[in-house]
Design a binder for this molecule. Structure first.
Ligand code: CAA
Length: 702
C-alpha cells in the first residue's frame, strides 16, 4: 500500500489514515492508497464500520492542483470515491482543519460525517476556474438544500462545522481528538447495526422551484462574475443533479469539468495559486536565515496610511504605538480608527468587545522615546524626502538596536532615506496600499543595504497581518506604480484624442479591471499623481500632452470625489455621472495641442493601456526590480484590481502571445508618439523567439 494512506483495524472498526503533508492533497499516491485500503476492506468479516481521517494540520485540502497541468494519473477520483461509497460497511469521514474540493468530495462519498468543532467544509473550485469534478455538484445538493449547496459553491467560502451540521451535512460535531471522535461515532453505528447511507441514493433536497432558482442564480452570476465561464458551467452541472439520474449527472459533471481544466481561465487561476505562494521564496537567500520576532510595532504618522497600518497590527493582536507630531493629528487619527472599527461593528463583522480590545492595543504618543521598545517601526508620513530623512534620523536615535525601520514611501529612493541612519541594513521599504487595513498587497522594497534577515522578517510580518508581501528592488514606483505610469498615461491621452472618460473606463472595466483608472483617480484624489509629478518635473518627458488632463483638472481644483467633480461629476452620495464640460475641455485641449482626433475604440484603448504596462513589466524583469514575472502578476491582482481570471498582466501577455503584443507595439510606434513605444529588449527577445514570460521564468529557475 502507498505509504500516504494506512489501514488499521481494531475492535471491528477500520481506520483509514491519510498522511501526506503539508495539506493531505489528494495526489495520485493518496488516491492509490485509498483505492488499496478500500479494496482490502472488501469482504472483511472483522469490520463493522470504517473511519477516514487525516494526520497533520488538516483533512484533505483538495485535489493536487499541480496535477491539473500534468494530467490526472490512475486511479481517478471517481474510481476511488466510488469504492468509498460502495463500501459494504458504514464509512465515517472524521474531519478536522479544512475539507476542501476533492477533500470535501471524500466526505460526500462517505456515508456519515463527524467534524471537529473548528473544522470547515468548502468547494472552492471556482477560485481555480473549475467546478467540483469528483461528484461534488451531484452529491452536495443531495445532502443540504439545493440553494445552500449552490451558494456554497458560488461563494467558494468554506462553512464552519456548526453551520454544516445545521444544514444536515455533518452528523456530529466533536471536541478533542477527531480520529477518536470518528471512532466513537463509528462504534455507535456498529452497535445499532446501521447500514451504509449512500448519498447517491438520496433525492436532491429543496428542488421544488429549481427552474426559478437556476434562472435567478444565472442572472446573479452574469452580473457579479462577468467574463467568466466556470460559474455558469457550475450551475449547468448542478442542474444536472436535479434533472438527471445520479450516474448520468456525474458523467455530465465530468464532461463540463474536462472542458474547464485546460481553459485559459483555469490556467490563469492555477498560475496565481502558485504565484501567490512563490512570492515568499527569495532566490539566493540561505535557508537558515531566520526572521526577527515582531511583537511590538511603532507607527510614525497618524494619517490615513498610518491609521490603516495600525489597524492591521491591532487586528493581528500586536500592540502598536502610534506617533504623530501634533496632538490634534493624533486625536483625529485615533478617532478615524475607531470610526472604521465602528463601521465593521455596525456591519456585523466585528463585535463591540473586539473593537475595544483592538483600540486598547493602539497607544497614541507624541514622544519618540515611546518607540524605543518596538521591534518594527514603520514611517508613514507625507511623501517628502526632507521630512522622511528628518524622521529617520530621529528614529535612529531612539529605536533599539536590532529593531527594523520600515518606510511606507511609494516613490522615494529608500537607499537615500536609509543612508541617514547608522544602520541601513535594518531599513526596508514597506509599501502599503490604501486603505491599508483592507488592501491585500504589501510591496516589500529591498534596498541596497537591507540585510537578508530583515527581508525575511518583512515577508513574515506580511503574513502576520494577512497580507501578500511581494519583494521589489528600489526604483521609482517599484513594481506597481511604475507599471501604472504608462497605463494611465495612455488612458489620459485617449481623452485628448476624443474618447470620453466613460469610454476609457468602460473599456478597462469590460476587460475586468475592478475600476476604470480615471474613476480610481477621482476616488484617490486627482492631485496625488499630479503632486508626485511636480516633484519629478525634471525627469518627465518633454511632451506637453503628458498627463495633461490630470494637470488641467488640478489647475481647476477639480480633484475628484472630494471636490464633487474630477473626470466625472459626483452628487452628495458620490454617485458619478459624465461631465460634458470636462469632455469638451479635454477635446479642445487635444485640438490646441495638435493631436489628431481619432476617437480610439474599445480595443485600441485596452491594447494601449495594457501593452504599455506589459512592456514596462518586461523592463522591470530585465532590471531585476521584480524577481519573477509571476510576482508582477501577484502585485497587479492583489493590489491593482487586475482580474484574477486573466492571471495578471504578464500571464495575460503570454496568453495573448508576445509576438502579437510586440507587433502591435511596433504599430503604435508608427502611429502614436514613438518615444513611448519602444519594445523592451526582453519582450522583443522573447517575442521573436516565440517564447513567453513563463518560459523565461522557468528557465531562470533551472
Ligand atoms: N494542491 C497542491 N498543493 C497545495 C494544495 C493543493 N490543493 N493546497 C495547498 N498546497 C500547498 C501550497 O502550495 C503550499 O506549498 P508551499 O509551502 O510549497 O508553498 C503548501 O501546500 C501549504 O499551503 P498554504 O501555504 O496555502 O497553507 P495554509 O495553511 O495557509 O492554507 C489551505 C492551507 C487552506 C489548505 C490552502 O492551502 C488552500 O486553500 N489550498 C487550496 C484548496 C483548494 O483550492 N482545494 C480545491 C482543489 S480543486 C479540487 O479539489 C477539484 C476536485 O474537484 C477534485
Amino acid at each position: 500500500m502507498a505509504e500516504a494512506v494506512s489501514l488499521s483495524i481494531s475492535d471491528n472498526i477500520a481506520v483509514v489514515t491519510i498522511d501526506s503533508p503539508p495539506v493531505n492533497a489528494m495526489a495520485q499516491n493518496v488516491r492509490a492508497g485509498l483505492k488499496q485500503a478500500f479494496t482490502d476492506l472488501k469482504g472483511r468479516k472483522d469490520v463493522k464500520a470504517v473511519v477516514i481521517g487525516c494526520k497533520g494540520r488538516t483533512f484533505v485540502a483538495g485535489a493536487d492542483i499541480g496535477e491539473f497541468d500534468t494530467g490526472i494519473a490512475a486511479p481517478g477520483y471517481h474510481e476511488v470515491l466510488g469504492l468509498i461509497e460502495d463500501c459494504a460497511f458504514p464509512v465515517v469521514a472524521a474531519v478536522h482543519g479544512t475539507a476542501l474540493g476533492g477533500g470535501m468530495e471524500i466526505t460526500l462519498a462517505s456515508h456519515y460525517r463527524v467534524a471537529h468543532e473548528a473544522a470547515r467544509f468548502g468547494l472552492p473550485e471556482l477560485t481555480l476556474g473549475i467546478i467540483p469534478g469528483a461528484g461534488g455538484t451531484q452529491r452536495l445538493p443531495r445532502l443540504i438544500p439545493l440553494e445552500a449547496a449552490i451558494d456554497l459553491m458560488l461563494s467558494s467560502k468554506p462553512m464552519p462545522a456548526a453551520k454544516a451540521q445545521e444544514l444536515g451535512l455533518v452528523d456530529a460535531v466533536v471536541t478533542g481528538d477527531i480520529i477518536e471522535g470518528g471512532i466513537a461515532f463509528a462504534r455507535e453505528l456498529a452497535a445499532r447495526g446501521a447500514a451504509p447511507r449512500r448519498t447517491r441514493d438520496q433525492a436532491v433536497r429543496g428542488a421544488e422551484n429549481a427552474a426559478e432558482l437556476f434562472a435567478a442564480k444565472r442572472a446573479q452570476v452574469a452580473k457579479t462574475m462577468r467574463n467568466r465561464q466556470s460559474p455558469l458551467a457550475l450551475l449547468d452541472a448542478v442542474e444536472g443533479a436535479v434533472k438527471l439520474p445520479f450516474d448520468e449527472g456525474l458523467k455530465a459533471e465530468s464532461a463540463i469539468s474536462d472542458k474547464l481544466v485546460p481553459a485559459t481561465e483555469a490556467r490563469a487561476l492555477r498560475h496565481l495559486f502558485f504565484a501567490d505562494r512563490e512570492v515568499r521564496r527569495i532566490p539566493g537567500l540561505a535557508a537558515n536565515v531566520k526572521a526577527r520576532p515582531v511583537t511590538r510595532v511603532g507607527i510614525v504618522g497618524a494619517g490615513t496610511m498610518g491609521g490603516g497600518i495600525s489597524m492591521c497590527y491591532a487586528n493581528a493582536g500586536v500592540p502598536v504605538t502610534l506617533l504623530d507630531a501634533k496632538q490634534e493629528a493624533l486625536d483625529r487619527g485615533m478617532a478615524t480608527i475607531r470610526k472604521n472599527y465602528e463601521r465593521s461593528v455596525s456591519r456585523g463583522s466585528l463585535k463591540q468587545e473586539q473593537l475595544e480590545q483592538r483600540m486598547q492595543l493602539i497607544t497614541p504618543t507624541l514622544d519618540y522615546a515611546a518607540l524605543g521598545s518596538a521591534d518594527l517601526v514603520i514611517e508613514a508620513v507625507f511623501e517628502n524626502m526632507a521630512l522622511k530623512k528628518e524622521i529617520f534620523a530621529k528614529l535612529d536615535k531612539v529605536v533599539r538596536k536590532g529593531a527594523i525601520i520600515g518606510t511606507n514611501t511609494s516613490t522615494l529612493d529608500i537607499d537615500e532615506i536609509a543612508a541617514v541612519t547608522g544602520r541601513p541594513e535594518d531599513v526596508v521599504g514597506l509599501h502599503f496600499f490604501s486603505p491599508a487595513n483592507v488592501m491585500q498587497l504589501l510591496e516589500i522594497v529591498h534596498a541596497k543595504r537591507t540585510s537578508p534577515d530583515v527581508l525575511v522578517t518583512a515577508l513574515e510580518t506580511a503574513k502576520q497581518i494577512k497580507k501578500t508581501g511581494v519583494v521589489a528592488k528600489v526604483c521609482y514606483g517599484f513594481i506597481g506604480n511604475r507599471m501604472m505610469d504608462p497605463y494611465a498615461r495612455e488612458a489620459e491621452h485617449c481623452l485628448l484624442e476624443g474618447a470620453t472618460p466613460e469610454q476609457v473606463d468602460g473599456a478597462l472595466q469590460n476587460f475586468g479591471m475592478a475600476m476604470g483608472i480615471l474613476a480610481v483617480f477621482d476616488m484617490a484624489g486627482v492631485d496625488i499623481g499630479y503632486l508626485t509629478r511636480l516633484e519629478r518635473k525634471h525627469l518627465l518627458p518633454d511632451d506637453p500632452s503628458f498627463y495633461r488632463p490630470d494637470t488641467m483638472l488640478n489647475e481647476r481644483g477639480w480633484l475628484g470625489q472630494k471636490a464633487g467633480r474630477g473626470y466625472y461629476r459626483y452628487d452628495s452620495a458620490r454617485k458619478r455621472t459624465p461631465d460634458p464640460e470636462v469632455i469638451e475641455l479635454l477635446w479642445e485641449e487635444g485640438k490646441r495641442l495638435g493631436i489628431e482626433r481619432r476617437q480610439p475604440g474599445e480595443q485600441e484603448i485596452l491594447e494601449r493601456c495594457l501593452y504599455s504596462m506589459i512592456n514596462e513589466g518586461a523592463r522591470l524583469l530585465e532590471e531585476g526590480i521584480a524577481l519573477r514575472a509571476s510576482d508582477i502578476d501577484v502585485v497587479y491582482t492583489s493590489g491593482y484590481g487586475f482580474p484574477r481570471y486573466r492571471g495578471g498582466p504578464m500571464f495575460y501577455a503570454d496568453s495573448v502571445g508576445l509576438k502579437k503584443i510586440y507587433d502591435r507595439i511596433l504599430e503604435f510606434r508608427s502611429t502614436l508618439d514613438p518615444q513611448y513605444w519602444t519594445p523592451a529588449p526582453l519582450l522583443e527577445k522573447l517575442a521573436l523567439a516565440g517564447s513567453s514570460f513563463a518560459a523565461w521564468q522557468a528557465g531562470r529557475k533551472n
